[in-house]
Design a protein. Structure first.
Length: 342
């Protein structure tokens, strides 16, 4: 089992920022990422979403190229590239560019996408999305590891395509994905992929057991695979101050998350619509450094995760508030609950 590492997950949800302030929004996020880099976080993972206020990074590659120039140590990657929305050849070349630009720090997150509405707007049938994802991933693996690409499948066909671009990390950057079932956790672990799963600690514990059993051959070495979970994190001087910041910010984030679902008279069932319920369900940790340290220790002990992913910036939290939260977490929490290996 690898030692626990700490990372950051970011939707880049825009909160209340109007378009004329989006340039400053990006700058503030990059400043926050520079701060995380200095504090030794293992990785930074950005979501891909379309046609929704949930994400101002609908093109993760563009954003991550900027991030690569502002950081030196932290791993960088999408979580995830929605593979059915990409032409595999173009994405292979973007992956190689980003791995070279970041000097071998790219973390390749891949997935089908969780929103049928975002895929439908782009002309992709959600029913076919998983099969497209699996085939596209096969093509991408081949393209990153071979000098020539030959593939003939249901959705993609290529004959003797020369692969002139190569990644810095060989045979390819580490692959990450999200999972929603124990079967998919085990399947991805057996294929040497790190996995992020949501839900309470009891669910993560079951996933970690399946992950460690199926991925035993990939748990050692210089770049072991990891099983992780995401948590909203707000740290302030007191519990009361942290809760006062986190509650309205969470509400804004949740409204962005479900906007498309509400527009179609539906709703994702795996998210809770208020911060207090989310805290009770292990989805958020909010409080003073002492409170947060105690809760992080509990989450790690109860879940067995090897990767703890923090969401410091969401809703209407300002740069200063998120930066203070991140700094308190890095200085008052991380050193006491596990060794960070970058």
């Amino acid at each position: 089992m690898p030692q626990v590492a700490f990372g950051i997950f970011d939707h880049l949800d825009r909160g209340t920022a109007p378009p004329e302030r989006w340039g400053q929004f990006y700058e503030n996020r990059l400043r926050l990422l520079e701060l995380a880099d200095r504090h030794g976080f293992f990785g930074y993972h950005v979501a891909e979403h379309h046609f929704t206020p949930l994400g101002l990074a609908p093109s993760p590659s563009v954003y991550l190229a900027a991030a690569a120039t502002r950081t030196r140590r932290i791993g960088l990657g999408p979580l995830v590239y929605i593979l059915p929305l990409y032409h595999p050849l173009r994405l292979i070349e973007e992956i190689c560019m980003l791995d070279q630009l970041s000097n071998g720090r790219f973390l390749l997150g891949v997935g089908r996408g969780i929103s049928p509405y975002e895929l439908n707007y782009a002309g992709v049938n959600f029913i076919h999305a998983y099969a497209m994802y699996e085939e596209a991933l096969e093509v991408i693996r081949q393209g990153l590891t071979n000098g020539q690409l030959d593939h003939h499948g249901r959705f993609y066909s290529f004959d003797r395509v020369p692969m002139e671009m190569v990644p810095r990390q060989r045979p390819h950057p580490p692959i990450w994905t999200g999972a929603s079932s124990l079967d998919s956790v085990a399947r991805n672990a057996a294929n040497g992929m790190s996995v992020v799963i949501g839900g309470p600690n009891t669910r993560v514990k079951a996933a970690a057991a399946a992950f460690n059993a199926a991925g035993a051959a990939h748990l050692a070495g210089d770049n072991p695979i990891r099983i992780g979970a995401q948590r909203h994190i707000v740290v302030a001087e007191t519990d009361a101050e942290a809760l006062a910041l986190a509650r309205p910010a969470y509400n804004l984030w949740y409204d962005a998350l479900v906007k498309l679902w509400r527009a179609h008279n539906a709703g994702p069932t795996s998210f809770i619509d208020n911060l207090d319920g989310t805290i009770a369900n292990d989805g958020a940790i909010v409080g003073s450094p002492v409170t947060v340290r105690r809760e992080v220790e509990r989450h790690l002990a109860e879940s067995g995760m090897s990767y703890f992913m923090c969401r410091f910036a969401f809703g209407d939290l300002t740069y200063e508030q998120s930066a203070r939260s991140l700094t308190l977490f890095a200085e008052e929490v991380m050193p006491h609950v596990g060794k960070v290996t970058a």
